[in-house]
Design a protein around this ligand. Structure first.
Ligand code: S3P
Length: 443
C-alpha cells in the first residue's frame, strides 16, 4: 500500500449497545508463518483461514517472487514449496508494505539461500529497526550488501550458514524466528536464548512441518534449538482467529454499557492472551468457552461482558503476551476508575508507529489524563471521556482501531485521521464492529 494514498478520516459515535456473536479473521502471525514455512517445505501446503490482509498478501507475493507460487483455490490457499535452501533469485525488489513481521521473518528465510534480495517497504516500515535481525544473520554468514540497517536494503544469503547460539537483546518473536529460520539451513544446531518468552508459533509450526526443534528452560531463560540442514514437508495448516483483532471487539464490549460479545474460534495460546487477563483484572467478565485444540494451537470462544472497570498495574513481564494490545488497553483504561500503569513498554516505540507517544497524544486530544513515564504509560480514567478530538494514526492500523473503540464510549465523537492501514491486518474491522452496534461516519 502506498503512503501517498489520500488519507481516509473516520468519525465514530458513542454506541448505545455493543453485542453479538462473531468471528475474526485468521491470526496474522500464524498466516505469515504458514506461507513462509510452506515455501521452505517440499510439496504442497494447504492453508485454511489465511488472513487475507495487506501484510499477509505481501508475504504471499514475496514467497511467489522467490519461486514458490502461492494462490487461492476455492477456500484454500496453496503454497508450492522448494525446500530449505531451494529459493530462487527474484527478478526485482520485494515490497513488504507495512509489515515488520513479513520483513524480519523473511530475512531469516532468505539468509540460507545463495540469492540477493532487495527488500523495500512503506514510510512506516522504512523507519523500523532491522539491525536486531541483521546482526545475528550476519554472524551466521549472510551479508547486507549496502550496509543498511533499515529498508530499503539488499540481503545476500549463503548456502553455508554457520550455526550460532544467540541471546536476543530485546524480547522479540520476530528476532527469535528469523534466527531459527536461518538455522534450518545451517550446518549444525542453532540456539536462541530468550530472557522473556515471546509468542511460540514458529516453534510449534516448524515442529509440525517436521523440523527437529527443542525448547528447554534454563533458570529464568528459555533456550530454543533447531537442527540444521532440515527437511520440511508441506502440510495442511488451519489458522485460528486472531486474538489481537478480537481484542478490539472485546474492548468495545468491556466499555459500552450492557456490552456482551462472543468471538468464536480465537487463538488462546498463553503467549498471546495477556490482554484478556488484564481485562479480567480490571473487572470485565471474560470467559473462555469450548476450549479445544486445532492445528497444534489452543483455541476457544471468548465471551466478554461489560463490568465496572477499575485501574490496574500491568507488570512488565506480561508485555510480550499483549505487546500489540497496549493502545486499545490504554483506551479501555480511560473508562476505568483510577490509574492504570503499564510498565516495560520500550518496544512500543518501534512498532508501526511510536505507540507510546501516539497513544498518549490520542488520549490527551480526547480529554483523557495520560502520560508517558520512561518506558511506562499511565492513564487515569473514570471521570468520563469527553472525546471530540482527532487522533493521528501515523500509518498504524492498531492506532486507528484502538481509538475507534475509544469513541464508542466517549461523550463527543472521536475522529481518526486515516483508517487506510486497518487493511494491513483487519480489513473487515468496520463491518464486524458495525454488526455489533458501532456507527462509523466517513468524512
Ligand atoms: C510478531 C511479533 C511481535 C508483534 C507482531 C507480530 C510475530 O513483534 O508485535 O505484530 O508474528 O512474530 P516483535 O517480535 O517485534 O515483538
Amino acid at each position: 500500500m502506498s503512503h501517498t494514498a489520500t488519507p481516509k478520516p473516520v468519525r465514530v459515535h458513542r454506541a448505545k449497545s455493543f453485542a453479538g456473536t462473531t468471528r475474526v479473521p485468521g491470526d496474522k502471525s500464524i498466516s505469515h508463518r504458514a506461507l513462509m514455512f510452506g515455501a521452505l517445505a517440499t510439496g504442497r501446503t494447504r492453508i485454511t483461514g489465511l488472513l487475507e490482509a495487506d501484510d499477509v498478501i505481501n508475504t504471499a507475493k514475496a514467497v511467489a517472487a522467490l519461486g514458490c507460487p502461492a494462490h487461492k483455490t476455492g477456500d484454500l490457499w496453496e503454497v508450492l514449496g522448494r525446500g530449505v535452501g531451494g529459493l530462487v533469485q527474484p527478478k526485482s525488489a520485494i515490497d513488504f508494505g507495512n509489515s515488520g513481521t513479513g520483513t524480519r521473518l523473511m530475512m531469516g528465510v532468505i539468509a540460507g539461500n545463495e540469492i540477493s534480495v532487495t527488500m523495500t517497504g512503506d514510510a512506516s516500515l522504512s523507519k523500523r529497526p532491522m539491525r536486531r535481525v541483521l546482526d545475528p544473520l550476519k554472524a551466521m554468514g549472510a551479508r547486507v550488501l549496502d550496509d543498511q540497517m533499515t529498508l530499503p536494503l539488499t540481503l545476500r544469503g549463503s548456502a553455508r550458514l554457520i550455526p550460532i547460539v544467540y541471546e536476543t537483546p530485546v524480547p522479540s518473536a520476530q528476532v527469535k524466528s528469523a534466527v531459527l529460520l536461518a538455522g534450518l539451513s545451517a550446518a549444525g544446531a542453532t540456539t536462541v536464548i530468550e530472557k522473556e518468552a515471546t509468542r511460540d508459533h514458529t516453534e510449534r509450526m516448524l515442529r509440525a512441518f517436521g523440523a527437529e526443534i527443542t525448547t528447554e528452560t534454563r533458570g529464568a531463560k528459555t533456550a530454543i534449538t533447531v537442527k540444521g540442514q532440515a527437511e520440511l514437508q508441506g502440510r495442511d495448516v488451519t489458522v485460528p482467529g486472531d486474538p489481537s483483532s478480537a481484542a478490539f471487539l472485546a474492548a468495545a464490549a468491556a466499555i459500552v454499557p450492557g456490552g456482551d460479545v462472543t468471538i468464536e474460534g480465537v487463538l488462546v495460546n498463553a503467549t498471546r492472551i495477556g490482554f484478556y487477563t488484564t481485562l479480567q483484572e480490571m473487572g470485565a467478565d471474560v470467559a473462555f468457552l469450548n476450549a479445544r485444540e486445532d492445528g497444534g494451537e489452543p483455541i476457544a470462544d471468548i465471551r466478554v461482558r461489560q463490568g465496572t472497570l477499575r485501574g490496574v498495574s500491568v507488570p512488565p513481564a506480561r508485555a510480550p503476551s499483549m505487546i500489540d494490545e497496549y493502545p486499545v488497553l490504554a483506551c479501555v483504561a480511560a473508562f476505568a476508575d483510577g490509574t492504570t500503569r503499564m510498565d516495560g513498554l520500550a518496544e512500543l516505540k518501534v512498532k508501526e508507529s511510536d505507540r507510546l507517544a501516539a497513544t498518549v497524544a490520542g488520549l490527551v486530544a480526547n480529554g483523557v489524563a495520560a502520560k508517558v513515564d520512561g518506558d511506562a504509560m499511565i492513564v487515569t480514567g473514570g471521570r468520563g471521556v469527553p472525546g471530540g478530538g482527532t487522533v493521528a494514526t501515523h500509518m498504524d492500523h492498531r492506532m486507528a482501531m484502538a481509538f475507534l473503540v475509544l469513541g464508542l464510549g466517549s461523550d463527543a465523537p472521536v475522529t481518526v485521521d486515516d483508517i487506510t492501514y486497518v487493511a494491513t491486518s483487519f480489513p473487515s474491522f468496520q463491518a464486524l464492529m458495525t454488526a455489533c452496534g458501532a456507527t462509523f461516519e466517513r468524512m
